[in-house]
Design a protein around this ligand. Structure first.
Ligand SMILES: Nc1ncnc2c1ncn2[C@@H]1O[C@H](COP(=O)(O)OP(=O)(O)OP(=O)(O)O)[C@@H](O)[C@H]1O
Length: 263
């Protein structure tokens, strides 16, 4: 029987009363690998922040069945001028296990070394974060996620400014996480990469346009519909109060009276 890791019920997220993700309803299975795609401003990062609990819903709910969550924000949101070393960043992965004042054991240090080795950063422990390349920084963030031993892993554009070899290495790690039964949601822009490596996709244009097996979602028709929704969006509209269409991936008309699509 399939286990549900995450469920959304009529979830609406946004800022200062403006919806950035509209009435999302559906479920994410445990051990699944899902790409979240959509144009700039379509609500992908907002959804990640909503799941991570950084943003509270304007409406509806987002329920997680498992306790440990790892969230890797976009690199542009990280302050790398902070005087910290690779080991300091990766050690934050112990926080959920040990708490802020918890003692790091010898076993923990062995775990940390194993994670650094898995991402190819053995020997980088004492390197200041501001001396890392974009790819090395992403590897360090993946090591921290590994150390967190999370059930649900949220990755926001993890392959931005990262070379092909690093992408291959990080994709292999994601594959291992999924094989271990972890659930991964990953924001991406590269549709070819999504088609090649991600079995499931959620296509957002603030509303969910399509959600399901990648080959059924990334169709010319759905992508064109997503573009249409995005272009028709009214930046200053408040959140809508019309009736959402229920289902694994529900889309609906909003206050501007655009077409209703059920996918
Ligand atoms: N802190 C904020 N305050 C106000 N509005 C915001 C905030 N963060 C995001 N938004 C708005 O919410 C909408 C969705 O933004 P979001 O960052 O979720 O999009 P995205 O799909 O991740 O875009 P991109 O592909 O460019 O990263 C945009 O219109 C954006 O301007």
């Amino acid at each position: 029987m399939t286990e549900i890791c995450l469920s959304f019920e009529n979830l609406t997220l946004g800022y200062q009363g403006h919806a950035a993700v509209h009435h999302l309803t559906g479920t994410v299975e445990r051990g699944s690998l899902t790409a979240v795609v959509g144009a700039n401003g379509s609500g992908k990062s907002t959804l990640m922040k909503g799941i991570a609990g950084i943003l509270k819903p304007i409406g509806g709910t987002c329920a997680m069945r498992y306790r440990r969550l790892a969230y890797l924000p976009q690199q542009s949101e990280l302050d790398r001028s902070f005087p910290a070393r690779v080991i300091d960043l990766v050690s934050l992965g112990f926080w959920q296990r040990r708490g802020l004042m918890g003692r790091i054991t010898r076993e923990d240090m062995a775990d940390l070394a194993r994670c650094l080795e898995a991402v190819g950063l053995t020997g980088f422990e004492k390197r200041p974060l501001d001396s890392l390349s974009g790819g090395q920084m992403q590897r360090a963030l993946f090591a921290r996620a590994m150390l967190q031993d999370a059930d649900l892993i949220l990755l926001d554009e993890p392959f931005n400014a990262v070379d092909a070899r690093t992408i291959d290495d990080l994709l292999a790690l994601i594959g291992c996480w999924v094989a271990e039964g972890r659930t991964v949601l990953c924001v991406l822009h590269d549709h070819a990469l999504v088609r090649a490596h991600f079995p499931r996709t959620l296509l957002l244009a603030r509303r969910p346009v399509a959600w399901g097996p990648t080959r059924d979602v990334l169709t010319a028709e759905n992508l064109s519909r997503a573009r249409g929704f995005q272009e028709a969006w009214d930046e200053v509209a408040g959140w809508c109060d019309d009736n959402p269409v229920s289902g694994p991936a529900a889309a609906h008309g909003h206050a501007t009276g655009k077409a209703v699509a059920n996918v």
